[in-house]
Design a protein around this ligand. Structure first.
Ligand code: ZN
Length: 904
């Protein structure tokens, strides 16, 4: 075989030969933790060729390949390029264009704990322990479980047969047609052991389950599982097809009592999607399997969604936040049944088409239909838009649609599952939807879906659909938002009866070069003005050049605001006096500025200060003005920004750090006292969230009243394991603060919660709490525990989260990562988690010398699997260092002038 000149050719299989149908048999031996199979693939020959190339992952052992052409069969030894996970079958006779051939490949592999391919998970019930196996294929791990053409565009039908032990359950994408017993001869025949992979030594009684044939589908959404599962069932009647399909949630026995809500969500959102898209859910069933070991949050396998326990399980002890997570993740995955599964990205550079849509449809639009009281559309500004702009403000960010680079497809693809593909993509779509109106936008989406049923798409296909619905040139409007890195910051100044608006590329270091500042975006200005006390917004006003002067009578003293309702993917820098005017208007009774406006103002003020487009004192003054605002989202935005300020200032003099905390206590403490810790069962969601937000923020700043309450609420847990005084929505706050301000006793109590958690969220709260201890010995105990072998790989990130947030352990965490880097790299090989862990362990530093030290450490190491996260973490350190250089004095002076200096 010759080496391609351009290494990126390794990414793609040749297109001479494409699969039509996989007939796939898998035997799962849960005792030996091995699997074995045979796959017969029908092929279409598009160009005459002597070669068939497909993928097989590391760890898969193949037998001979039997090639069938026109009734003639030949056996060929495959050439395996393990490094590039590619198999070549060289033929003596060419396969003629237009002919139909097939290949049969036997294989075997190990059911390991990699959380990729066909892997092992564990259960524990009534004193017994065991394991089961399930698949995770996205993006490039189907090839670890069976030889296949593992690219999204190479769609084929799949007929699955599972061989499994009697008494166990087999699940696949489609419903099981039949289950029958099978003997050793039957197993050997089904696995084609004559092709060089000997029959497994697997005594006992075995079953064969045959599943129905799927529609044409991509390999990454194929799924199966085998184990001892329980399930809950309901059904959905489609008004489009008049068919009734079963809906189920499967868990291992210990969790089934907490699976009702995840099932209910499917019933709630399916009719919404069918109505909005006017396309029926296409498969005859929709299952969800809840797994104890899972790398991502959840996965949209067609007809068999999978996901974490902490995402899917819910009961009364889980709280509102947990309920929202279950609803939004389930709804996101169900949205993928259309976006991604029916119409699929052509290649991974268009990942955003899948993820941005599922995020916007699943977490905002459908939830707004089902739970209007949750205010999901406004929450989006704090969650997704904020995340998007934070990452995209970095020099090391990337365009939404990204050409994949590098030697290894898995490394390159894994790294684009980030806030750009999900959150920025969704933010850009939301902007478009607000600009056109949601009805027109969704009409365009429906046109797009119907045009590309069971096919593959690129971004332009979507724009064509929305152009048809809106009559506008959407491609021209959107192309820079999708193809260019970054987003603009608008600088506005008053010129008589007009404002001058200028766009430049935003960078969190505030220093774009002319080359980096070349993009001009089409920016919807959404200018809000107030006339006769009533707000009015001009959504048609666009900025499509560098600068524009917009007439605005009495601009110097009127209340006006750009980016009304925070619909846009940009920041706005006002002159300090106008920001003050907006702050006053925002704080006024019957304010013309909406909740979304206020949240946007707070986020903009602090982000612009961090990046040097404004002074931090302006953000602090705005926060002082908005003190006492009773909306949970404004408080969430404020808490987040002040927490980031405190975090960046972690090595500043103690007096300044105390003054920052005194300010935070002044902002959140009075509201915490007013609202108290007494949650009511019938509290509105808004009140519940406001209370948990201000308690968390006041407690984090060290508010004495809040800490006394925490102590009192924690006491029964300390005494006799009674957590009834702690509402689930402040569980994480209470456990974290109890550990932070307590000692070994508090730590031990939280360890008991960890070991016997009533819900997965209790366990999650405990994992986060351990990292907040201030005691060096207990911090070491936490770190030792993480690496003791007792912590699941999927859970490392929760420990890292607080160890990085806690100033007392930041450096310990980084020292640990350095010392154990090889161990981490091996443990998380091929997972999404490694890049998150590396990023969280470095991103809180705020000195240039730390950035240099991180660079020096990785200089001689292979960073291909997390190069983007590493660069982003380094950018964070440097942005924080510059922020301090610019504004350390400014912050200290403002705090002193406003009486927040320590007085004792
Ligand atoms: Zn998704």
């Amino acid at each position: 075989m010759s080496t391609p000149e351009n290494s990126s050719e390794w990414f793609r299989l040749p297109t001479d030969v494409r699969p039509r149908h996989y007939d796939l048999t898998i035997l799962s031996d849960l005792e030996a933790l091995t699997f074995q199979g045979a796959v017969a693939t029908e092929l279409e020959i598009f160009n005459t060729t002597r070669q068939i190339q497909f993928n097989a992952g590391k760890g898969l052992t193949l037998g001979s390949v039997r090639v069938s052409l026109d009734g003639k069969q030949t056996s060929v030894a495959p050439y395996i390029d393990a490094e590039h996970e590619r198999v070549t079958v060289q033929l003596d006779e060419p396969l003629q264009q237009g002919s139909h051939a097939s290949i049969l490949v036997p294989f075997r592999g190990v059911i390991d704990d990699s959380m990729m391919g066909y892997y092992k998970s564990t259960w524990e019930h009534e004193g017994k322990k065991g394991h089961y196996a399930l698949t995770q294929f996205e993006p490039t791990s189907a090839r670890r479980a069976f030889p296949c053409f593992d690219e999204p565009e190479l769609k084929a039908k799949v007929t699955l047969h599972m061989l499994h032990r009697d008494g166990s359950t087999a699940l696949g994408n489609m419903p099981a047609d039949q289950t029958s017993s099978i003997d050793a001869n039957g197993i050997a025949a089904a696995l084609h052991t004559d092709l060089g992979v000997p029959a497994p030594d697997a005594p006992g009684a075995w079953l064969r389950t045959d599943f129905g044939t799927t529609p044409k589908m991509s390999t990454y959404i194929i799924a199966w599982a085998n184990g001892h599962f329980c399930h809950l069932e309901s059904e959905y009647h489609s008004s489009l097809t008049n068919k009734t399909i079963p809906l189920r949630v499967y868990t291992t026995p210990e969790y089934i009592h907490q699976a009702h809500y995840a099932l209910q969500v499917k019933n709630l959102v399916l009719p919404v999607y069918e109505k909005l898209f006017d396309v029926a859910y296409p498969l005859p069933k929709l299952d969800t399997l809840v797994a104890s070991d899972f790398d991502a949050g959840a996965m949209e396998n067609w007809g068999l969604i999978t996901g974490r326990t902490s995402v899917y399980l819910y009961d009364d002890k889980t709280g509102l936040q947990g309920k929202k997570v279950t609803a939004s993740v389930q709804s996101h995955e169900v949205a993928h049944m259309w976006f991604g599964n029916i119409a699929t990205l052509a290649w991974w550079d268009n990942l955003w088409l899948n993820e941005a849509f599922a995020t916007l449809m699943g977490e905002v639009i459908s939830l707004d239909h089902v739970y209007p009281e949750w205010n999901s559309a406004s929450e989006f500004i704090v969650s997704h838009l904020g995340r998007a702009l934070e990452l995209d403000g970095k020099r090391s960010s990337h365009p939404i649609e990204i050409p994949l680079q590098g030697e290894n497809v898995e490394d390159a693809v894994n790294q684009v599952f980030d806030a750009i593909s999900y959150s920025k993509g969704a933010s850009v779509l939301r902007m478009l939807s607000r600009l056109l109106g949601e009805d027109v936008f969704l009409k365009g989406v429906s046109i797009y879906l119907k045009k590309h049923l069971y096919a593959n798409t690129v971004t332009k296909d979507l724009w064509d659909g929305i152009s048809e619905a809106s009559g506008k040139d959407i491609n021209a409007l959107m192309s820079n938002w999708i193809l260019k890195q970054g987003f603009p910051v608008l600088t506005v100044s008053v010129e008589g009866d007009a404002i001058r608006v200028r766009q430049n590329r935003f960078l969190d270091t505030g220093d774009p070069t002319p080359g980096e500042d070349a993009t001009l975006w089409q920016v919807p200005l959404a200018l809000k003005t107030v006339q006769n006390g009533k707000p009015q917004t001009d959504f048609a006003l666009m900025l499509d050049e560098r600068e524009k002067v917009v007439p605005l009578p009495r601009a110097a003293d009127a209340v006006w605001k750009l980016n009304a309702e925070t619909i846009g993917v940009y920041r706005v820098a006002y002159a300090p006096e106008h920001l003050q005017r907006l702050g006053k208007a925002a704080a006024a009774q019957n304010s013309p500025l909406s909740l979304e406006d206020r949240v946007g103002l707070v986020s903009d003020a602090f982000t612009l200060a961090q990046a040097g487009y404004a002074r931090t004192s302006g953000g602090l003054a705005l926060m002082q003005e908005l003190r006492g605002d009773k909306s949970s989202l404004v408080n969430q935005a404020a808490a987040l920004n002040l927490q980031q300020l405190g975090s960046a200032w972690w090595e500043q003099p103690e007096g300044v750090r105390d003054a920052i905390n005194a300010f935070r206590i002044d902002v959140f403490g009075p509201l915490a006292r007013e609202l108290t810790f007494d949650f009511g069962k019938d509290d509105a969601p808004e009140l519940r969230e406001l209370r948990s937000t201000v308690i968390g923020a006041a407690g984090a700043a060290g508010d004495p009243w809040t800490l006394a309450q925490v102590k009192e609420r924690f006491a029964p847990l300390l005494d006799h394991d009674d957590d009834s005084r702690i509402d689930p929505d402040i569980l994480r706050t209470v456990l974290s603060l109890a550990v932070r301000h307590g000692g070994a006793n508090e730590y031990d109590v939280v360890m008991r919660v960890y070991n016997k958690p009533p819900t997965p969220r209790h366990k999650l709260a405990a994992m986060v709490a351990f990292g907040y201890t201030q005691d060096r010995a207990l911090l070491q105990r936490t770190i030792d525990f993480v690496f003791s072998g007792k912590v699941k790989s999927q859970d490392f990130m929760y420990f890292f989260m607080s160890l990085a947030a806690n100033p007392s352990s930041r450096r310990m965490l980084w020292e640990t990562v350095k010392a154990r880097f090889d161990e981490l790299a091996a443990r998380f090989e091929g997972n999404f988690s490694l890049s998150n862990l590396i990023k969280s362990s470095i991103s809180s530093f705020s000195q240039e010398q730390d950035a240099k030290e991180v660079e020096a450490f990785f200089a001689a190491r292979n960073t291909a699997k997390f190069s983007m996260s590493l660069a982003q973490g380094l950018d964070s350190i440097r942005a924080q260092a510059r922020w301090l250089e610019r504004d350390a004095q400014n912050v200290a002076a403002w705090l002193k002038a406003h009486g927040y200096e320590r007085t004792e």
